[in-house]
Ligand binder design. Structure first.
Ligand code: VAH
Length: 372
């Protein structure tokens, strides 16, 4: 076992088997105890060809709005056991029995490195972060998780030559950015700790890419709308809760003004974009951070579309000044022409499809509830 300075990180260089096969021999003491980690009797030389072809993926912050859906998509593609979901919270039975799940605290650098080594991770999807609203309510924690946590992720990814995905956001732009539309490259002076931490993530991720060759990839997500996963206390959450209320009570009180225009996207488009950029050949990525867009709408326009499905639906407005100020500092429309040009991004869901899909989910769910 040799120890050397690698990009400023002391690392234990893994011995290469004499046969030249690429699968490194991992010293036994690294073998962990989690049921999904590689069993100590494993003979690395016997890994099947499909196993080595597929990436071994770790998703941090896996129990947030996007992790479970992404794990499902990636497991369909790469095999159930090649995608490990992680978080600091306990998963539901459904999540726990749907595939590998382990505890991972990105502020615990040693734990993170052990997980990557013990599970022979090659791709890291970093979803741990405090979003805009909850970040403003707890700035020190947002700074720790979104910045210090990210540094642990960057060093681990660099040490183990991982392909790293870090999401950014429309929130990485501020009041001095062009808002209609907002291009990839323009002034970025956000006014939230979330936004500041995501601009930092974009810049330091690209710095590690150009300096150390880290395979860093980043997409700026709009507000994501999902039916079966709760949003993480952000400014765009109204666009998820409004559906729940439309079904349950036929009434919704919106905390943003009726004409507040924001870029939004249905979750399936978001997860597919994430897989597509992770699979994109490196030479198709002249940039490493991209806007991705689908639609942008106001609470009023969304309510009008919902009324087509729930005629008696009523929206009232009780503006939250903090969230309104955040939304007023964000893009109204997103220019994602570079993503469409460079790696062929295109969205499938516009507002009518989004609303129909959300109600199909809720009606099938409520129908299932009635049946059960
Ligand atoms: C938020 N939903 O509102 C998140 C997101 C695009 C916005 O980053 O904070």
């Amino acid at each position: 076992m040799t120890v050397r300075l690698l990009n400023g990180v002391f690392s234990q260089v893994l011995l290469k088997p004499a046969c030249g096969c690429t699968t490194p021999i991992v010293p036994v003491q690294f073998l962990g105890i989690s049921p999904f980690q590689v069993p100590s009797r494993a003979n690395f030389h016997s890994v099947s060809s499909s196993d080595t072809e597929h990436p071994r993926v770790l998703i941090t912050g896996g129990l947030g709005q996007l992790g479970v859906g992404l794990a499902k998509l990636l497991r369909n593609r790469f095999g159930k056991d090649n995608v490990i979901l992680s978080d600091i919270r306990k998963p539901s039975d459904h999540v726990f029995y749907s595939g590998p799940f382990i505890y991972s605290d990105i502020l615990d650098y040693k734990n993170l490195r052990e997980i990557v080594v013990n599970n022979r991770i090659t791709w890291l999807i970093h979803y741990s972060a405090l979003l805009s609203a909850v970040g403003e309510a707890n700035v020190p924690l947002a700074r720790d998780v979104n910045i210090t946590g990210l540094h642990n992720i960057l060093d681990t990814a660099t040490e183990h030559n991982l392909r790293l995905f870090v999401p950014s956001t429309i929130g990485a732009f501020g009041p001095s950015s062009p808002r209609n539309p907002t291009p990839d490259l323009c002034i970025q002076r956000p006014r939230t700790i979330y936004g500041v931490s995501k601009v930092h993530a974009e810049l330091i991720g690209e710095y590690y890419h150009y300096r150390y060759g880290l395979d860093f990839r980043c997409l700026r997500y709009p507000g994501i709308i999902s039916a079966d996963s709760q949003p993480g206390r952000g400014t765009t959450d109204y666009a998820v809760h409004i559906f729940h209320n439309a079904m349950k009570s036929g009434k919704f009180q919106c905390y943003l003004k009726p004409d507040t225009r924001l870029p939004m996207m249905y979750i399936d488009d978001c997860l597919r974009a994430t897989l597509e950029i992770m699979e994109a050949p490196a030479d198709s990525l002249p940039m490493r951070t991209y806007n991705i867009g689908a639609m942008s709408f106001t609470p009023e326009e969304l309510a009008q579309e919902i009324v087509k499905h729930v005629p008696e639906f009523q929206v009232t407005y009780n503006v939250d000044t903090v969230l309104q100020a955040i939304a007023d500092s964000w893009p109204m429309n997103f220019d994602d022409s570079n993503a469409r040009k460079d790696w062929g991004w295109k969205h499938y869901y516009d507002l009518p499809e989004l609303v129909t899909t959300m109600f199909n989910f809720y009606t099938s769910e409520s129908r299932a509830a009635h049946v059960s």
